[in-house]
Design a protein. Structure first.
Length: 256
């Protein structure tokens, strides 16, 4: 009995230590990828776009002022990235006439909130057409959401992302786009391009010359770990992301 008791104590200590280490790592990674000031500055309302956060949800909502949108676009953030980092892109897409919703994830990991789009779609019954997308892990989980819910959304935007190896949307009747940079040191270019095998055959792949992984959002104080320096400015890169994403959204079939 003494041996069993000692073993159980050792196992408990190891589990506690592992939990503490994992918590410290998660906190550190999230702090490293916090939103930059220009992203936080985009979380405001003006004469073009209204920014809101519902009292009962943590969504970041961007709504065009000049029109009542019938189409919505949901953004799943990259892993360990502050969701506010995507506010500038969300605002620019909203200016084109779409409701844009950034969906914060548990622990900033989209793999823990794949079904988050369900409550967003249910929360906006006046939106008749939905598309979804995301950056890196967020993009992969957006693809997974479509695979699990084929009738919920009609479009997918992958930003430096690709469907998981066991997720195929090849036969799905959706609009899709894959946008990536040739200076990306985090998402393998071979993996991104191989994603074409798991996307509809007519999916356009938009290469951003000089684009890297970090500049798909506005986060951190430098490069994301493992990334390469960009050959273009963040503004230039994000303008290409917005244009490619809006083109996809404009081709989405009604989902309601």
């Amino acid at each position: 009995m003494r041996i069993i008791r000692t073993t159980l104590i050792i196992v408990a200590v190891i589990l506690v230590a592992a939990t503490i280490i994992a918590t410290i790592a998660i906190v550190s990674l999230n702090r490293r990828n916090s939103a930059q000031p220009e992203a936080v500055a985009a979380l405001i309302s003006d004469e073009v776009v209204t920014f809101t956060q519902p009292d009962d949800e943590d969504w970041l909502l961007f709504t065009p002022v000049a029109t009542t949108p019938a189409t919505g676009f949901i953004i799943y953030p990259g892993g360990f990235v502050d969701p506010a980092a995507y506010a500038p892109i969300a605002r620019d897409i909203a200016q084109r006439g779409y409701l844009v919703v950034i969906d914060p994830m548990p622990l900033n990991l989209a793999v823990l909130g794949i079904e988050g789009a369900d409550s967003i779609i249910a929360g906006f019954p006046d939106i008749t057409t939905w598309a979804i997308g995301g950056h890196s892990l967020g993009g992969a989980m957006a693809a997974e959401y479509i695979a699990r819910n084929p009738e919920a959304t009609g479009g997918l935007a992958l930003w430096a992302a690709y469907p998981a190896a066991n997720t195929s949307l090849r036969a799905f009747d959706i609009a899709a786009v894959s946008i990536y940079g040739d200076a990306d040191g985090v998402a393998s270019l071979d993996d991104v391009r191989d994603g074409a095998n798991r996307l509809p055959a007519d999916t356009p792949f938009i290469l951003i010359p000089g684009g890297n992984h970090t500049q798909f959002g506005r986060y951190g104080t430098g490069l994301q770990r493992g990334d390469n320096p960009a050959g273009i400015s963040a503004d230039e890169q994000q303008a290409i992301i917005v244009d490619g994403t809006v083109e996809m959204i404009s081709n989405v079939r009604p989902t309601n």
